[in-house]
Design a protein around this ligand. Structure first.
Ligand code: ASP
Ligand code: MG
Length: 405
């Protein structure tokens, strides 16, 4: 049996944590399993390195940032190998160059293109526990790139896919996937299992348990995923797999995403191609747009509202301002006092009243809805950030009641 295990930053934060993870890996190794361990940088290392870079140069080159950031994961990997050696088992740590994790060239947010499994396979055949530095790849110039914040999960799933691992275990400081963040909604429950699609929506909508590209990849390659606690190894966690419940659940979770800014373009000339014009300009700046809403303006015009990550708001406004005449609009407005609240459930599409129950809960606690968007398995609303926690509790309670009935 081949197991890929990924440990997040807080699971390897200090020497004691590293020893505990090493003991866990060695115990499984001695029970006859082949083990590949993927690591994040220790604790807040990535943030600390970013701060260090900005202290020296507030506008750092992306290439050099990646050179710096990859060292975090590499440290963790080498320290883990040393811990395993101390316990008397063979281990080797490898970075992305050594493994051969080929990635696209975009510094800071590269994507994995291909992984050559040979080096890892050989190391496993020689009975090693193999430790891989997560979060990094090598681009076609031979440079190290990073795969986006939180992307060690994606490294783990990609490795599990190419190695044909029996399971990919993602360990962190939470015991699994909850119906909501338990710090905000104390009655949140842990889900024993969840489908790929639901997990993907939860991950994309701000539940910070798993990198969304990792879920996407797991779904595509049918990698069996399980989310577990690195503190309570006896806890079975949450499995991510297809067909996990008899009936698709009406409500499997609620997520809040506070990193959102709304931009509205008012008085757009009403003609074909206008949306294409606006969003291609944003795409060229590599700005990800989330909820989009188009409404009738006055006369021959219309308005378009959309959301972006807060960090992208200014560049979005700038590119719109520069192209104001070419696009043809009157003005823009923006708002950073909003939070995105989403509910997810694979059974939503086939059940009546899910949206109305959500809106009723929001109405009951006096929350005004700024934007709404929905898909087969998700409803998202944009609401006042200050009301977000209260709204989350009210909606969670409403669905708990509904599902009891
Ligand atoms: N260390 C990286 C980060 O903090 C990658 C990861 O943790 O997955 O984003
Ligand atoms: Mg993470």
């Amino acid at each position: 049996m081949l197991v890929v295990q990924k440990f997040g930053g807080s699971s390897v934060a200090d020497a004691a944590c590293i020893m505990r993870v090493a003991q866990h890996a060695v115990a499984q190794y001695r029970a006859g399993q082949k083990i590949v361990v993927v690591l994040s940088a220790q604790g807040n290392t990535t943030d600390d390195l970013l701060a260090k870079a900005r202290e020296i140069n507030p506008d750092p080159s992306k290439r050099e940032l990646d050179m710096l950031l990859v060292t975090g994961e590499q440290q963790a990997a080498a320290l883990m190998a040393l811990a395993i050696h101390k316990l008397g088992a063979p281990a080797i740590s490898l970075n992305a160059v050594q493994v051969g994790i080929e990635a696209t060239s975009l510094y800071g947010n590269a994507r994995i293109k291909r992984i050559r499994p040979d080096r890892i396979t050989r190391a496993l055949e020689l009975n090693n526990i193999v430790i891989v530095a997560g979060f990094q790849g090598v681009n076609r110039y031979g440079d190290m790139t990073t795969l986006g914040r939180g992307a060690s999960d994606t490294t783990a799933v990609a490795l599990a896919a190419v190695l044909g691992a029996d399971i990919c275990e993602i360990y962190s400081d939470v015991t699994g996937v909850f119906t909501a963040d338990p710090r905000i909604v104390p009655t949140a429950r842990k889900l024993p299992a969840i489908s790929y699609d639901e997990m993907l929506e939860l991950a994309s909508m701000g539940a910070q348990v798993l990198h969304n590209r990792a879920v996407e990849m797991a779904k595509r390659h049918r990698v069996k995923l399980v989310l577990r606690s690195s503190r309570y190894f006896e806890d079975t966690g949450t499995q991510v797999k297809e067909g996990s419940t008899m009936e698709k659940l009406l409500f499997s979770g609620l997520a809040l995403d506070r990193d959102v800014a709304r931009i509205s373009i008012l008085g757009l000339r009403d003609r074909p191609g206008i949306a294409y014009h606006v969003f291609s300009l944003l795409a060229a700046q590599k700005i990800c747009v989330d909820i989009i809403l188009q409404t009738e303006g006055s006369g021959q015009t219309k308005d378009i509202s959309f959301t972006v990550a807060k960090a992208d708001m200014q560049s979005a406004l700038d590119v719109l301002a520069i192209n104001k005449d070419a696009i043809g609009f009157e003005s823009t407005t923006h708002d950073t006092t909003l939070t995105k609240l989403s509910i997810i459930g694979a059974g939503m599409a086939t059940n009546f009243g899910v949206a109305s129950a959500m809106f009723e809960a929001l109405y009951d606690c006096g929350v005004n809805i700024n934007l709404i968007s929905s898909s087969e398995i998700k409803i998202t609303v944009l609401i006042d950030a200050e009301m977000a926690d209260r709204a989350a509790k009210a909606i969670h309670e409403k669905f708990a009641q509904l599902m009891e009935e």
